[in-house]
Ligand binder design. Structure first.
Ligand code: PEP
Length: 250
């Protein structure tokens, strides 16, 4: 089965609305007509409106970096799925390791956020991955299995149709260290197996599993050529339009 790759930019806490508009003005002409891969930019919440306006009618979609698990309510500082879809945001990153590390995101909140994202028709990019100590202790598979099982809990294959996963070894995020294509492929096979157990074989074969962790123009081709890698979640390498274009066109 061929899976169209998804190349997603995670801007983290970088760029103002003005800088967002300027990015799109430079980036869109460089990727115009590029249909081999799906391209998504995930800026900070405050920039989403500018991004959606700039991307309108183009081959680039816009995603958020987080959502809340409730429909609405007294959750100061949070953003609901309906608020995102109301401004035509189509994708959302869930459970990024920085959110797990600094904002108490757990496997349970990831599960709740995944459920409501799917209910609202968003395409969720659920992040999983081990920290260095876990890899060194030989626990990578266990960690991935636990994160996937809990994220998928109670969700049906029919409901999960739009799901994408990003395998992001935490030791490779923002460090310049990258997993080798083989290391990523091994992890992706574990994740695909968990998806098969939760949603069935056909679903698992169609599931896109992205790699994230210091993807740069120089290593994108090697990583994207690995059959198990169905795209990339790119942090630092996505902030500059020329750099991200080179990754998209690996
Ligand atoms: C990320 O933020 O998801 C990420 C992979 O960051 P970087 O590409 O900078 O390692």
């Amino acid at each position: 089965m061929t899976r169209k790759k998804l190349i997603a930019a995670n801007w983290k806490m970088y760029k103002t609305p003005e800088q967002t508009t300027a990015f799109f003005a430079e980036f869109l002409p460089m990727v115009a007509g590029h249909s081999r891969d799906e391209i998504v930019i995930c800026p900070p919440f405050l920039d989403l409106h500018a991004a959606v306006e700039a991307a309108r009618g183009s081959n680039v979609a816009v995603g958020a970096q987080n959502i809340h698990w409730a429909k609405e309510g007294a959750f100061t500082g949070e953003i609901s799925p309906a608020m995102l879809t109301a401004i035509q945001v189509t994708h959302v990153i869930i459970g990024h390791s920085e959110r797990r590390q600094y904002f108490n995101e757990t496997d349970d909140t990831v599960n709740r956020k995944l459920e409501i994202a799917l209910e609202n028709g968003l395409t969720p990019i659920v992040c999983v991955g081990e920290v260095l100590e876990e890899r060194e202790a030989g626990l990578t598979e266990d960690v991935l299995r636990r994160q996937c099982t809990r994220a998928f809990n109670g969700i049906s294959a029919r409901k999960a149709a739009k799901l994408a996963i990003a395998y992001e070894p935490v030791w490779a995020i923002g460090t310049g260290k990258t997993a080798t294509p083989q290391m990523a492929a091994d992890a992706h096979m574990v994740i695909r197996h968990e998806a098969e157990k939760a949603f069935g074989k056909e679903f698992a074969q169609g599931l896109r599993i992205l790699y994230g962790g210091s993807v740069k123009p120089d290593n994108a081709t090697a990583l994207m050529s690995e059959g198990e890698i169905d795209g990339a979640l790119v942090g630092g390498g996505s902030l500059d339009p020329a750099s991200f274009t080179r990754i998209v066109k690996y």
